[in-house]
Design a protein around this ligand. Structure first.
Ligand code: ADP
Ligand code: MG
Length: 688
């Protein structure tokens, strides 16, 4: 029996190549194998006698090899293995292509299972074409004669190999410890964890498979629910400074703005300001589509905090964003006497608002002279201390891990600060309530008035040069262009190759006369800033970037968003990228390119042409790609479920109830296995 943490390299029949393929699937240990669930099954459980076989039927035949031989088809340039399999009722022909090694292993006289669809040969006699097969040798069959699992594969890994390894790993199943509390197991009539894990791989029948799936989904949803409620209860015990709503000053500030707040903005601001009056810490998510105007709502909360004599901190996921916020907030709040500082990995700046040099930054934060500190991860990494932190804000909250968010909250020594997270990923309210169970929600759904609709087009390859002509004309009249490229392969994590290739193409072949910029994850912070600055100042006309970089950037003069490989992105994400344009007075455009000409892709992408509502697109994504098509969800920071789905509303509610019930009645410290499990779940962290 292998210990659960045995590296896969140590397993029988796992060589270097196989290990590499397994790792590409995220499988590193025996435990990972056990938790690598099939994504579907083939039902080979129906055994039939040869004389009873019907065309088209999916069956398993148990018989003996009467004859087996290879021949070479020169015309078709391949090896063909032909066999005759017989049972007591008759015989049937079987063919396999390009597997000449079969005859080394399968000999006439061998007992064999053949599973597959009954086909017909030229003379309309039944035959099997490339069926699954398995020698009958006393060992448990894994590939035939039952419901067999189908797993995701990579490289040259075969299903047969993987099933063998899964079965091997399940030999250690006794080492997996049950962690769900007994009374929850009993009350909900759940399968034990070990049976569920065995059944999910090699189910006895579909009913037991369903029970296994139910148990494993319960696990995932219960843990999430429990985590949310623990955080909620923990926070409720803390004490926050009550921050008085200075209504007069706030109204005065609002009326000084060059625009009117939308109703949703007013409502969100109102919810936040009222919430902060309480002496339990606010823990709220402000959700609003790109361009919906979250920043000004944040500014109101900050101003109100500062007017009460407390400090605020605002953490952004990238240097570029931190800097942009710094500029924006300086403009908005310096006239109100708010002293603002910037702290990022590469830059410490006090703006113009202090009469001390930048290296005194830590000091002015500690002694409370800095009212608002804006920055990147550096805020939590470095030894930054506040005098009296009242409000902590995180931009694009899904880009930070739970730990990082917690660290920011812990910045205050005395009272717990109020906490506000921002996200531009539109997650339907019902889902957000469930998955951000620890947060209260404010949603800005309505866009500021007078915004022009972005004209979105799916551009075929045939029209590519037309699109380039159009782009050239726009640039001629002074506008700017974003080009977003997808990450092509896993080895190109930072998108260096993908954008560099595109950059070369555009600057050498298409627009050799224009200034083109390049932005990817490998650039140093100063380099990124340099490129962004030049783009902002219109010294660069076209900016080629990965999708990771673009989040949140505000360049009102950019009017064209060109997205390559659009089919590789989720709709919500495409919509977010599109939101980078249409921020100024000019008509804006979004051009989607894809070399995937399937109907499904066209249909999915066309949703983007019709709708400008990020929430609707997110719903569409959920419905048509399914929560299992994790990409969009990964981006949105929802937990990475293996088996549960966002559609399991009943189970979501049940687990939520059970989690609350459990915390009401028990002390989690008496359940060490459960605690270990809780530590394992992490909401996905996107390092820059
Ligand atoms: P996001 O929600 O994406 O962070 P921003 O806060 O950056 O959006 O706002 C986008 C732009 O819209 C900014 O230039 C901002 O000044 C402007 N804006 C915000 N609210 C309004 C409003 N109510 N009316 C008009 N313009 C607004
Ligand atoms: Mg923003």
């Amino acid at each position: 029996m292998y210990p659960l943490n045995t590296p896969i390299e140590k397993l029988t029949r796992v060589g270097k190549a196989t290990a590499r393929y397994l790792k590409a699937l995220g499988i590193f240990t025996v435990f990972d194998l056990i938790y690598n669930f099939p994504f579907r099954y083939e039902d080979f459980s129906h055994l039939a006698k040869i004389k009873d076989l019907k065309l088209g039927q999916i069956v398993t035949v148990r018989g003996k090899i009467i004859l087996i031989k290879n021949r070479r088809s020169y015309r078709r340039r391949m090896y063909i293995t032909e066999a005759l399999i017989g049972d007591e009722t008759g015989d049937i022909k079987v063919v396999w292509f390009n597997q000449p090694f079969l005859t080394k292993n399968l000999k006439s006289g061998d007992g064999i299972f053949i599973s597959g669809r009954v086909d017909a040969d030229n003379l309309l006699s039944p035959q099997f074409v490339s069926p699954s097969y398995e020698k009958i040798n006393g060992a448990k069959s894994l590939n035939t004669a039952k419901i067999v699992p189908i797993y995701s594969l990579s490289g040259n890994l075969t299903l047969k190999q993987l099933r063998f390894l899964e079965n091997l790993a399940l030999g250690s199943i006794k080492l997996v410890k049950e962690w769900l509390p007994k009374n929850i197991l009993q009350k909900n009539k759940l399968l034990s964890l070990t049976s569920a894990l065995e059944e999910i791989h090699f189910p006895k029948n579909f009913k037991s498979l369903e029970k296994a799936r139910y148990r494993l989904k319960f696990d995932e949803l219960f843990l999430i629910a429990l985590q949310s409620q623990i955080i909620r209860r923990y926070l409720a015990k803390n004490q926050a400074p009550g921050i008085e709503f200075k209504e007069k000053d706030i109204k005065n500030f609002v009326s000084s703005l060059s625009f009117q707040l939308t109703n949703d903005q007013k409502k969100a601001a109102w919810q936040i300001l009222l919430d902060m009056q309480k002496e339990t810490p606010m823990n709220r998510l402000l959700e609003g589509d790109v361009g919906s105007g979250k920043t000004i709502v944040v500014a109101l909360a900050v101003l109100n905090t500062v007017l009460n004599g407390y400090q605020a901190v605002f953490m952004a996921p990238t240097e570029i964003l931190a800097k942009q916020h710094f500029q924006t907030f300086k403009k908005l709040l310096t006239p109100r006497n708010v002293k603002i500082a910037l702290l990022s990995g590469s830059e410490k700046s006090l703006g113009d608002s202090f009469d001390v040099p930048g290296n005194k930054l830590m000091k002015v934060i500690k002694n409370g002279r800095a009212d608002l500190v804006i920055g990147t991860h550096a805020l939590i990494q470095e030894k930054v201390e506040f005098n009296n932190l009242g409000l902590a804000i995180i931009d694009e909250q899904h880009r930070f891990g739970v730990e990082q968010r917690k660290k920011l909250k812990d910045k205050s020594e005395k009272l717990t600060p109020h906490f506000l997270s921002l996200t531009a990923t539109p997650i339907p309210r019902s889902l957000a309530l469930i998955f951000y169970g620890d947060l209260d929600l404010s949603i800005i759904r309505e866009m500021p008035a007078g915004r022009k609709k972005i004209i979105t087009k799916l551009v075929s390859e045939a029209n590519r040069s037309k699109a380039y002509h159009f782009i050239r004309a726009e640039i001629k009249s002074g506008r700017q262009v974003f080009v977003i490229c997808p990450l092509i392969d896993p080895s190109d994590k930072l998108g260096v190759k993908s954008v560099t290739d595109e950059f070369k193409k555009l600057s050498k072949q298409i627009f050799p006369d224009l200034k083109i910029g390049l932005l990817h994850g490998k650039l140093k912070a100063e380099e990124k800033d340099g490129v962004m600055r030049e783009f902002k100042e219109n010294k660069i006309q076209i900016l080629v970037s990965t999708s990771v970089i673009e989040v949140g950037i505000d360049i009102p003069n950019a009017t064209i968003m060109m997205i390559e490989g659009a089919d590789r992105f989720g709709l919500a994400q495409l919509h977010q990228s599109r939101g980078r344009v249409g921020r100024g007075e000019h008509q804006s455009y979004c051009f989607l390119f894809t070399d995937n000409d399937s109907e499904k892709t066209a249909e999915r992408l066309s949703a983007l042409l019709k709708s400008n509502d990020g929430f609707r697109l997110a719903e569409y994504d959920l419905k048509f790609r399914g929560p299992g098509e994790v990409y969009g969800l990964r981006q949105s920071g929802l937990p990475d479920f293996k088996i549960a789905s966002l559609g399991d509303i009943d189970l979501i509610n049940l687990t939520k109830y059970e989690a609350g019930n459990f915390l009401d009645r028990y002390d989690i410290n008496d359940f060490p296995e459960l605690k270990v499990k809780l530590d394992e779940i992490k909401i996905i962290d996107h390092p820059e």
